[in-house]
Design a protein. Structure first.
Length: 101
């Protein structure tokens, strides 16, 4: 399966940002959130601009009930996007409209 593939790749090349992202992502898909957090933090240490990795890290932290830490990564990720996100309309039973400025 994909997790075994990326686990093997991580064993061979644990410094690759591509491998770190994919391995962390696959761990999160398998609900191995604690391990995913460790791998994704390594990714962000090497590549702090990786907003996709940061998002998966946030979701993994939330699943571990580490909400304050997840929020810190989320806020720093939004700052990286250099945009302000704002909810402009909320209607019950419908998705919120979000704008970027």
């Amino acid at each position: 399966n994909n997790l075994r593939l990326w686990e093997s790749a991580y064993t061979v090349n644990p410094r690759s940002i591509h491998v770190l992202y994919q391995y962390g992502y696959q761990l999160s898909l398998e609900h191995r959130f604690s391990e995913a957090v460790d791998v994704l933090k390594k990714l962000l240490n090497k590549n702090p601009q990786d907003t996709n990795g940061r998002f998966i890290l946030c979701l993994s932290l939330l699943n571990l009930d580490r909400c304050d830490e997840a929020n810190e990564y989320l806020q720093s990720g939004l700052a990286l996007l250099d945009t302000e996100m704002r909810v402009t309309e909320v209607t019950p039973g419908r998705k919120a409209k979000i704008t970027h400025e």
